[in-house]
Write a new protein. Structure first.
Length: 433
């Protein structure tokens, strides 16, 4: 997590100030519940809220205490006692550190997810707008990087829209997966704290209760969460890679916006490089880097250990901050993407009609030729286009074997470009409703 690839809205969620404020709220909500149960005085709960709620927690002071205690939660509670006074003895009644740490981590992930969902909405909006803008902009489709059959640039963007809509659905589910609260005490048995306290804190924080916490919230939830972030990162890379290929000089069908005064190379003044989408490819790798450690965090010893702790202190901020930045950057790329329909048309016709080979193949089979013979006839004419720069239509018209099966009019009809785009409306209706 470095400033270059961070947005303040997301980094604030992971700041020490935010973390300690959530810690306090968990402890204070628990005190409210304990007061209702008669475990602690109601006035004590009120004092804790009044003094702690108005306080600005001193991060340096907490760090100084931790250097002595070697325990972060105890350091915070000690500092809180300095603020609250005698009633601080009622804080953390029957609780264990994991109650605070695990619940806080999930609150932070929930807040981070809400930002990521807003990011996805922005990206989806940009993709939809550009997809409709280029709904009928015909371009060549490619398989293995080789010309295949015509599609439209709008369909390409509609595919990305559908993919990121799935990402949003998964992320909503992942948020629900980690939105659980645990206030269950040592080894999760509620021996020293009533389950009603957990229910109260969960409701106050907008969370559900963890059915069996065993002192820690099970990390299969977090594994699924970070796996979801990894899938979103992969979808970002897929679209970024598409744009990078389309920007290659010999293709140049689409291009990242190149701002006035922008420089592409320190050595070559002519360069306009796809730096943003290359950057997105790299950022996607960072997000996915957190997936395997999150999976490995699932297997903890017995009721708890803290082998997951150091991992989550890193991947929590790093993955969410990086993904947030990447989604916003990709949205900007799509909004400003330069699209070149003339170059698309040029590339489409580069091999002089080869893109219609399947239509001719099917027509020959429907005219009575075996599929094997039809394939042989079409391919031998197609190879002349590849190797000699011939015109595919002219080659077919001059092939006696082809002409035995198809008339000149039938062959010409197979070169209708509109045939390939006749179901674009169907695709858009499926994607956008």
């Amino acid at each position: 997590m470095i400033p270059r690839y961070s947005r303040t809205e997301m980094t604030d969620i992971w700041s020490p100030e935010t973390k300690f404020r959530i810690w306090f709220e968990i402890e204070a909500h628990a005190c409210d519940a304990l007061a209702k149960l008669g475990v602690i005085p109601e006035e004590a709960a009120k004092t804790i809220w009044e003094r702690g709620g108005a306080a600005t927690f001193d991060v340096e002071r907490i760090d100084a205490i931790e250097r002595e205690t070697k325990h972060d939660v105890i350091a915070f509670l000690t500092h809180l006692a300095e603020i609250v006074g005698d009633d601080a003895r009622f804080v953390h009644q029957g609780m264990t550190s994991s109650d605070v740490l695990d619940t806080t981590f999930n609150v932070q992930l929930m807040k981070a997810t809400d930002l990521l969902l807003a990011d996805l909405d922005g990206l989806l909006s940009a993709l939809k707008k550009r997809a409709y803008e280029h709904k009928d902009t015909v371009t060549i489709g490619r398989s293995h990087g080789i010309h295949a059959e015509p599609t439209t640039f709008g369909v390409k963007l509609a595919q990305a829209y559908a993919e990121f809509e799935r990402c949003k659905t998964r992320l909503i589910a992942a948020r629900a997966e980690i939105a659980t609260c645990a206030i269950s005490g040592a080894v999760g048995t509620f021996a020293n704290i009533d389950p009603a306290v957990e229910e109260h804190v969960a409701e106050a924080l907008g969370m559900s209760i963890e059915p069996v916490s065993t002192q820690v919230i099970p990390r299969d939830r977090h594994a699924m969460y970070f796996a979801t972030l990894g899938v979103i990162a992969s979808s970002i890379e897929r679209l970024a890679t598409e744009i990078r290929h389309l920007q290659r000089t010999e293709v140049l069908e689409a291009e990242e916006y190149f701002a006035p005064g922008q420089k592409g190379s320190s050595a070559m003044p002519h360069k306009r490089n796809p730096v943003l989408t290359e950057n997105l490819t790299g950022l996607a790798r960072i997000v996915r880097m957190g997936v395997v450690p999150a999976m490995e965090n699932v297997a903890l010893w017995h009721e708890r250990d803290i082998s997951h702790s150091s991992v989550e202190r890193m991947i929590g901020p790093d993955c969410t901050v990086t993904l947030d930045f990447a989604l916003v950057r990709l949205t900007g790329v799509i909004e400003k993407l330069l699209v070149y329909p003339k170059n698309m048309d040029r590339n489409l016709n580069q091999f002089r009609g080869l893109v219609h080979s399947q239509r001719v193949l099917l027509a020959l089979t429907q005219a009575g030729c075996s599929r094997e013979e039809s394939y042989r006839l079409v391919q031998r004419n197609a190879m002349r286009v590849w190797e000699d720069g011939a015109d595919f239509l002219e080659e077919l018209l001059g092939d006696e074997d082809v002409r035995k099966a198809l008339t000149e009019e039938q062959i010409h009809e197979k070169f209708d470009l509109g045939y390939h785009t006749k179901h674009v409306d169907t695709i858009f209706n499926r994607v956008f409703g």
